[in-house]
Design a protein around this ligand. Structure first.
Ligand code: PEP
Length: 230
């Protein structure tokens, strides 16, 4: 199974910083390629998505959200209709910030997954422990469809919690239950991952979702290399 290192830039970065990230990322990976079985994904703000396309970068670009509506009179939404022909490979749904700030529920998040699948893309479905059981039930009718589950304890996220990164052994124990709830699905971890701690999650989960430390190419590539080389 592939492993994933996924950058969630959230609403950070401007155009110049996006160019600079791409320039540095290319320089860092030109002479020392990344492992083949590690899929890197950058999910920038949607307005910068196309900056990542057609540049022969050893990564995929994704999006951070999608409308629950397929298209039409929904001012400000980014819909599957808009994304036809753009073809993102991955779309994050259900991040804790969207659950907290925009009241998103598991029901709505699964409807967003349906929009992602309609594009032939893979949803990266974020959840914390209290949401896991109901999410698993709602996803049962979609068994066999492509998805990545991202376990993100809110207390561990650098901008919303104060607990710091989850201890890898504690993650290992949590994953026993999550693997029963989401059989056969890749489960990645997110929460205060940095180059210094990324290696401690290798062999435990199927990859990492990275917020703050993904904004600079050097630390994003450092996380990928340290996760791969343990
Ligand atoms: C996140 O918000 O998804 C996240 C993992 O953030 P950070 O890496 O900054 O904790």
């Amino acid at each position: 199974m592939n492993q994933y290192i996924i950058a969630n830039w959230k609403a950070n970065q401007n155009r110049q910083q996006t160019y600079e990230f791409i320039r540095q990322f290319l320089a860092l990976t030109a002479t020392s390629p990344l492992p083949q079985d590690l899929q890197l994904v950058v999910c920038p703000p949607a307005v910068f998505y196309l900056e990542f396309v057609g540049k022969s970068l050893p990564l995929a670009a994704g999006l951070q959200d999608i409308s629950v509506f397929a298209g039409g009179a929904y001012t400000g939404e980014l819909t599957a209709q808009n994304l036809t022909g753009i073809e993102p490979a991955f779309v994050i749904v259900g991040h804790s910030e969207r659950r907290r700030e925009f009241g998103e529920t598991n029901e709505l998040i699964v409807r967003k997954c349906e929009q992602v699948w309609s594009l032939g893309a893979t949803p990266i479905v974020c959840f914390d422990e209290p949401e896991a059981a109901s999410l698993s039930q709602l996803l049962q009718v979609h068994a066999g469809k492509s998805m990545i589950l991202a376990y993100e304890p809110v207390s561990a996220i650098s901008t919303s919690g104060s607990a710091g990164n989850l201890d890898p052994q504690a993650l290992n124990q949590q994953l026993v239950g999550f693997r029963q709830l989401f059989p056969g699905m890749p489960i990645i971890y997110g929460g205060s991952v940095k180059p210094e701690n990324a290696g401690s999650y290798a062999g435990i989960c199927d990859g990492l979702l990275v917020g703050s430390a993904s904004l600079k190419a050097e630390s994003f590539v450092g996380i990928a290399r340290n996760f791969a080389h343990q």
